[in-house]
Design a protein around this ligand. Structure first.
Ligand SMILES: Cc1cc2nc3c(=O)[nH]c(=O)nc-3n(C[C@H](O)[C@H](O)[C@H](O)COP(=O)(O)O)c2cc1C
Length: 351
């Protein structure tokens, strides 16, 4: 029934639906439920320890014998620029005062914990069927090793140029991530102006430019979005926000309530929490920080400065980093397996 079968053939799955990796919100139960339902379940990892990732993979393999995806942030080692850190501390001082906090951290340096040598070694040992990256790729030697271990490699692109670079680097699959998407932009270089290409313009242009399977992501919430993605040239979709309303996801009550009340215009891109652009629910902190475009500390160093504010947010939206995309209002609250089945039925009817 699917007009293009590149993704399902490559991974040996039934439905071309990838549940997006979402660091902090994905659980082994969610990933396994989606894989068991015929899609691909994913785990998103930020600074998660090697031990936890190993345990997660063992748990997923107990829950399903179907393919799954482990995802990592691949980015440059953050550089601590003293003047940027100092000016950011000054900008944050009114927010710290508002939150009743006195001490703005001074030592914000962070070691690179996202995609480390130890994590690569673990992946070569446990050999997940699919390994995906965000913010670009790690070194080419890592990609070669993972591919020779039998892992398929997937990476997000936010422009056609990024997609072409990924194909040249030897990835197996590309996710075209549109501006509508919840969570961090997958852009490789955050220092250039992001012109925010929407999925409608991005997918067909990447489809014309590369010869590897293309997956559409961003604002896809139901069968209409899936059918449209195929019409635009994709052979599958990656959906994040839609799966946040599944009981298997790890989502706070405040986050879930924000999604329940979501409107198309209540998110925006912000660097104010992590140092990298991410689509999140707007609040006073995000709006105020957007007024000034001075540089902020590199990802993920900025978390050291925003972390104490986030910890004070309680039940309010203030200082909350609630990631979701522009189509959150279309979310349905149902178990992940039921959501996959619903999406497949809706898309099938349209296609
Ligand atoms: C809460 C949340 C967390 C995310 N975390 C990750 C992540 O850890 N790794 C990643 O590659 N993408 C991450 N993303 C982006 C997704 O891969 C995908 O591009 C996005 O969810 C698609 O847009 P949608 O949310 O409108 O479906 C995240 C998205 C959300 C909503």
């Amino acid at each position: 029934m699917w007009p293009k079968t590149h993704l399902i053939d490559l991974l040996g799955i039934e439905h071309p639906i990838i549940q997006a990796p979402m660091a902090g919100s994905t659980t082994v139960e969610l990933a396994a439920a989606v894989s068991n339902a015929g899609g691909i379940g994913s785990m998103g990892y930020s600074e998660t320890s090697v031990e936890t990732i190993r345990e997660d993979a063992e748990k997923i393999r107990k829950l399903t014998d179907k393919p799954f995806n482990l995802n990592f942030f691949a980015h440059d080692t953050p550089v601590s620029k003293a003047d940027v850190i100092e000016s950011t501390r000054e900008r944050l001082s009114p927010f710290y005062a508002q939150a009743g906090l006195s001490e703005i951290p001074r030592d914000v340096s962070k070691p690179l914990l996202t995609f480390t040598e130890e994590k690569l070694e673990l992946l070569l040992e446990i050999k997940p069927p699919l390994v995906s990256f965000h913010f670009g790729l790690p070194e080419s030697s890592a990609i070669e090793l993972l591919k020779s271990a039998g892992c398929r490699i997937l990476c997000s692109a936010t422009t056609t140029a990024e997609a072409i670079a990924l194909e040249l680097a030897g990835v197996d699959l590309i996710v075209a991530q549109g501006w509508e998407a919840g969570g961090h932009r997958g852009s490789f270089d955050v220092n250039h102006e992001d012109h925010g290409i929407g999925i409608m313009a991005l997918v067909p242009q990447i489809a014309d430019a590369v010869n590897i399977p293309l997956i559409a992501a961003g604002g896809i919430a139901d069968g209409r979005g899936i059918a449209a993605a195929f019409m635009l040239g994709a052979c599958g979709v990656q959906m994040g926000t839609a799966f946040l309303s599944c009981p298997e996801a790890s989502v706070s009550d405040v986050h879930l309530e924000a999604i329940r009340n979501a409107k198309d215009d209540d998110t925006r891109l912000t660097r104010a929490f992590s140092g990298r652009p991410a689509r999140a629910r707007r609040n006073n902190y995000i709006e105020s920080m957007a007024v000034c475009r001075d540089p902020l500390p590199d990802f993920p160093t900025m978390y050291s400065l925003s972390g104490p504010l986030m910890a004070t947010s309680g039940e309010t939206l203030d200082f909350r980093f609630l990631l979701y995309g522009q189509a959150a209002a279309l979310n349905r609250e149902m178990p992940a397996a039921e959501l996959v089945q619903t999406l497949v039925t809706e898309a099938r009817n349209l296609l």
